[in-house]
Design a protein around this ligand. Structure first.
Ligand code: SF4
Length: 244
C-alpha cells in the first residue's frame, strides 16, 4: 500500500513536470513569434536594451510609477499626454508631493478617474519622500505598500525601470495567456503566479509588453482577429466565442 502511494506520488509529480515543461515550450514559442511579429513597436524592450544610465534610473522609475498609476482604464495616448503635462511641471517626488491638488487634477484631466488619481499620485509622491528619501523602491513589497500601487504597477516599475525580473499582468496579459492555454486562471494575480512558474526568469520582462501589444492589435477582448493572428496555428482559443 505504502509503495503504491509513493509510486502514484512520483507519477503525478512527473506528470506535473511534463505539463510544466510543455507549457514552457509553448510559452517560449509564443514569445519568440510575438517578438518577431511586433519588432519596431517594442518601446519598453528598446529602452531596456539601451540600458538606462544609472544616474537616470530613479527619474525613469518615477516616470514609470506615476505613468502606470495614471494609465489604469485609460487609453495610452491620453496617459502619455497627462503624464507629460504633470511630470514636466513636477518632475520629482518632492515637487509632486508639494503640488496643489487642484493643479494636479487640471494637468491630468484627460485620464479617466482623474479626481482619485490626482489624490493617489500626490499621496504616493509624499510617501516616497517620507519613507524612501524621495527614491522609488525596487521590491514588490515596498512598492505595493504605496498609495495607488497594485502588483501590476509595481511589476512595471521593477521590470521597465530597474530591469529586474517581474511579470506585470493587466487585463490583456490575463486574457491572452488564458486564450492560448498557457494558464487556466480566474484573476490577473493568479495569472502572474502561473506565468512565473512556466516562463523562464530571463524572459519575464518581455511578457507584459508583448501580450499587451498583441491584445491591443489582434487578440481584442471581445472579438479577437484570429484570422490574421501570427499565433493562429498554435492557439486553442480557450473561451473565445466570436472571432474575426
Ligand atoms: S488565435 Fe485568436 S485567440 Fe488565439 S492569440 Fe490569436 S487572436 Fe488571440
Amino acid at each position: 500500500m505504502y509503495i503504491g502511494k509513493e509510486m502514484k506520488k512520483e507519477r503525478n509529480s512527473k506528470k506535473a513536470e511534463v505539463i510544466g515543461n510543455s507549457k514552457t515550450v509553448l510559452a517560449l514559442r509564443v514569445l519568440d513569434v510575438l517578438e518577431r511579429h511586433l519588432q519596431g513597436k517594442l518601446t519598453h524592450l528598446g529602452r531596456e536594451k539601451q540600458k538606462v544610465a544609472s544616474s537616470e534610473v530613479q527619474a525613469v522609475a518615477f516616470r514609470v510609477l506615476i505613468g502606470t498609476i495614471l494609465s489604469h482604464r485609460t487609453k495610452d495616448e491620453r496617459t502619455e499626454a497627462a503624464s507629460q503635462a504633470l511630470l514636466s511641471q513636477y518632475p520629482t517626488p518632492e515637487k509632486l508631493a508639494a503640488a496643489p491638488i487642484e493643479k494636479i487634477r487640471e494637468l491630468i484631466k484627460p485620464v479617466g478617474f482623474y479626481n482619485s488619481k490626482a489624490q493617489y499620485v500626490k499621496k504616493c509622491a509624499g510617501e516616497l519622500v517620507e519613507r524612501f528619501g524621495a527614491n522609488v523602491p525596487q521590491t514588490m513589497e515596498e512598492l505595493t505598500g504605496l498609495t495607488g500601487v497594485g502588483r501590476k504597477t509595481a511589476g512595471c516599475v521593477i521590470a521597465y525601470a530597474f530591469n529586474l525580473p517581474a511579470i506585470p499582468v493587466d487585463s490583456h496579459c490575463h486574457t491572452v495567456s488564458n486564450r492560448l492555454g498557457l494558464v487556466k486562471t480566474s484573476t490577473p494575480e493568479k495569472t502572474e503566479q502561473a506565468l512565473m512558474e512556466i516562463v523562464p526568469k530571463e524572459r519575464w520582462a518581455q511578457v507584459n509588453e508583448l501580450f499587451v501589444l498583441h491584445g491591443q492589435a489582434t487578440c481584442a477582448p471581445v472579438s479577437p482577429f484570429c484570422s490574421k493572428c501570427p499565433l493562429n496555428e498554435m492557439c486553442p482559443r480557450v473561451g473565445v466565442k466570436t472571432s474575426r
